[in-house]
Write a protein that binds this ligand. Structure first.
Ligand code: ADP
Ligand code: MN
Length: 266
């Protein structure tokens, strides 16, 4: 995985030789020529200096670790780079989030994958900005270019990303008491996201929450919708159910989904 480090020279070399075509088509399919040019441009502009292997390879996007300039103490600044995939067939499924979004009326026409992924990346970038601006723990958005989004890296100095809540070792760290506190913390986040950001996450679960030192971080907000989206409350109920089910499985004595719904929207 970590062999996938990309440097300026590699990009140039690749342009000349176009090697490993078949290989890239499978494991690194998002790094097509266009994507490489964007990354190269970002490297040239100092947004980052090198890109490492994939932290995550998903259906819709790959997330890469990257290093930017050293900070004032001379330590490397980590970045996360989310590259949305253009050659996919999941746009139908995603349409329900875009349809009804007044922010994306123009340009959201069907049938143009490249335009659609650009919209998704843009949506995630704007949502992150709003969520981060409201003081909710999430990656700070840093740079956006077409379907490539650079954000703050949530992880340690060695380059290890914080675990997803699903993989976090909460039991060992604080047991039942900690689970309970995290549950309360999440309810506060969901309410603040609704009341202050006017957003519903719409894909909230233990997979899209990172955990470190008793703090939850919200990620993956490309599908998040405005509170006045025609299906926002339906999505909110889904978020409440998914997260509630998870915490119930951890033995937390949760409130009813109905009570939480009222708490969030009131
Ligand atoms: P997907 O659409 O593939 O689910 P996510 O935004 O959920 O995309 O990111 C996938 C994974 O990448 C996350 O589960 C997390 O492990 C990692 N990740 C995403 N963003 C960051 C970040 N800013 N810092 C560290 N790791 C991240
Ligand atoms: Mn995700």
């Amino acid at each position: 995985k970590h062999a996938a480090k990309i440097r300026l020279d590699d990009v140039k070399e690749d342009q000349a030789r176009d090697k490993d075509k078949a290989d890239r088509a499978t494991s690194e399919q998002v790094l097509d020529q266009r994507t490489r040019m964007i990354l190269l441009q970002m490297i040239n502009r100092g947004v980052m200096s090198e890109i490492h292997g994939a932290i995550s390879t998903g259906k819709e996007a790959n997330v890469y670790g990257a290093v930017a300039y050293p900070d004032l103490n001379g330590a490397a600044v980590q970045r996360a780079v989310k590259v949305y995939k253009t050659a996919i067939l999941i746009f139908k499924d995603r349409e329900r989030y875009i349809t009804g979004e007044h922010r994306f009326k123009a340009g959201a026409e069907k049938g143009n994958n490249r335009k659609m992924v650009k919209l998704w990346a843009e949506k995630e970038f704007r949502n992150l900005r709003r969520i981060h601006g409201a003081g909710i723990a999430c990656p700070e958005p840093i740079q956006l270019k077409l379907h490539v989004l650079v954000m703050e890296f949530l992880g340690d100095r060695r380059g290890y990303a914080y675990p997803r809540l699903r993989d976090a070792t909460i039991e060992a760290e604080g047991g039942e008491e900690l689970w309970k506190r995290l549950y309360t913390q999440l309810l506060g986040i969901m309410r603040r996201m609704y009341q202050v950001c006017r957003l519903v996450h719409a894909d909230l679960s233990e997979y899209n929450i990172l955990y470190n030192k008793q703090q939850l971080y919200i990620i993956d907000v490309s599908q998040s919708v405005e509170h006045d989206h025609p299906r926002s409350l339906e999505f909110l109920r889904m978020d409440i159910k998914n997260t509630g089910d998870f915490f119930r499985r951890q033995g937390v004595d949760t409130l009813s989904d109905r009570t939480i719904f009222d708490f969030i929207i009131a």
